[in-house]
Design a protein around this ligand. Structure first.
Ligand code: NDP
Length: 402
């Protein structure tokens, strides 16, 4: 008996619900709960029609601990997969502690009025989860998530010490819209418009947004301009792999995307500060989200692939080696399988695999952990089977690690 509750019925929630249902030999009792129950019901109907699996649905406001507690007491899950928004992480963790439920998410907690991208709030739950004998698995999407597991795998099998890490994230796809974000626009724009930051020789070095960029080559895609930005997994990776001398994160953006983003910033539409509009308090970026294409609706016309991986340099037996490990995911294949585009797919599949690791007892220990703190081997073995095969190259000529 493995009872699992999924919170959030967006693009990622859709993929998690479907993949969990496809693995109903492990996940025997499934509930999908979100703020808008009709979205859960629609997904549940599709699952029943296409997979013949019945899942329960419920409405919950995950900002409210008592609502979560009541739902958890009623459904009695062993694990919650949190794929709502980063704002709900702490309330869901509080409800888990109150009801004895284990926890897994794909994004670090963010206060709604402050974009910080740091784990401190969630790491502060370490003792409470430990004392309660509960597991919390943090950041189990693709990045953070698979990129962190890739790093752990490299450190375990190919290096004595890893020194240089570059996480490279390319979306080589085309959704045929002038401007759209691939996951929740509010979260996405907050992430990209913040200052860049990377780790070098024990210090964090801050850059202006999109200040550092260079063309990088991605397998199966080609050369794409890639921008250095701060991504939350850098914080935990630097802590968990103290031999790292430098850790950076790169993401590709097209000119068209950056031009739209510049305009959005210049006119203040990316602001997270509430403003008064006709006597009503509105947050500009939340209003913007309401008029932008829904990331869940992009899949139909999405062509091309994503390519995300880790480029690592370090030493083994006193000799320097380079290593590249990556996954390419086709937007169309993701859409055919789950009705969502590749970015939701590459997040939802790892979350499902992390939950499988938990129920198999492989990723289960009291406390709060980032994914690189668990054994990477069974996770990566399952990841390929679940639709995200990966590739590795030792001693490739990596173009930019110097
Ligand atoms: P969406 O905006 O598509 O979906 C979010 C879902 O959460 C919606 O169903 C929304 O409900 C629900 N929700 C929001 N607030 C609440 C609340 N208070 N109570 C209950 N439900 C709520 O986002 P995505 O699916 O694109 O992303 C989901 C998560 O995945 C995010 O945290 C995102 O940061 C993370 N992510 C992680 C990645 C990784 O690689 N690690 C990559 C991409 C995303 P409603 O429909 O009513 O608004």
């Amino acid at each position: 008996m493995a009872r699992v509750i999924i919170i959030g019925a967006g693009g990622v929630g859709t993929v998690v619900a479907k993949k969990v249902a496809m693995n109903n030999d492990i996940f025997t009792d499934i509930m999908l709960a979100s703020r808008t129950k009709s979205k859960c019901d629609k997904i549940a109907k599709e699952i029943e029609e296409t997979l013949g699996v019945k899942i329960q649905t419920a409405s919950v406001d995950a900002d409210k601990v008592p609502e979560l507690v009541a739902l958890f007491k009623e459904f009695k899950p062993e694990l919650v997969i949190n794929v709502a928004l980063p704002y709900q992480d702490l309330t869901i963790m509080d409800a888990c502690l109150e009801t004895g439920v284990n926890y897994l998410d794909t994004a670090n907690y963010e206060p709604i009025d402050e974009a910080k991208y740091q784990y401190s709030w969630q790491w502060a739950y370490q003792e409470r989860f430990k004392e309660a004998g509960l597991t919390a698995i943090l950041g189990c999407g693709f990045d953070p998530g698979v990129t962190s597991v890739f790093t752990a795998y490299a450190a375990k099998h190919h290096f004595d010490e890893i020194h240089y890490l570059d996480i490279v994230d390319c979306n080589g796809g085309d959704h045929h819209k002038a401007f759209a974000t691939n996951f929740n626009p509010e979260i996405n724009i907050r992430e990209i418009t913040q200052k860049g930051k990377y780790y070098e020789n024990g210090e964090w070095i801050e850059t202006e947004p999109q200040e550092i960029h260079r063309p990088l080559h991605y397998p199966g895609i080609g050369v794409r301009e890639s921008y250095l930005l701060y991504h939350e997994e850098l914080e935990s990776l630097v802590k968990n792999f103290p031999t790292l001398k430098r850790a950076r994160f790169w993401m590709t953006f097209g000119e068209e995307y950056l031009t739209h983003l510049r305009v959005i910033q210049n006119i203040g539409m990316d602001s997270i500060e509430p403003i008064n509009y006709n006597g009503m308090q509105i947050v500009p970026i939340q209003f913007l989200k309401a008029v932008l294409p829904n990331p869940q609706d992009l899949g139909n016309d999405y062509t091309g692939e994503t390519s995300i991986g880790c480029r690592i340099r370090g030493i083994k037996n006193g000799e320097e080696h380079t290593y590249y490990i990556w996954n390419n995911c086709s937007h169309q294949a993701a859409f055919r399988e789950t009705g969502t585009q590749g970015v939701s797919y590459t997040t939802g599949v790892p979350a499902t695999v992390g939950a499988m690791m938990f129920f198999r007892g492989l990723w289960r220990k009291p406390g709060v952990f980032n994914v690189e703190e668990f054994d990477p081997d069974p996770f990566l073995e399952e990841l390929g089977k679940q639709g995200l095969p990966w590739h590795e190259h030792l001693d490739v000529d990596i173009e930019f690690e110097k």
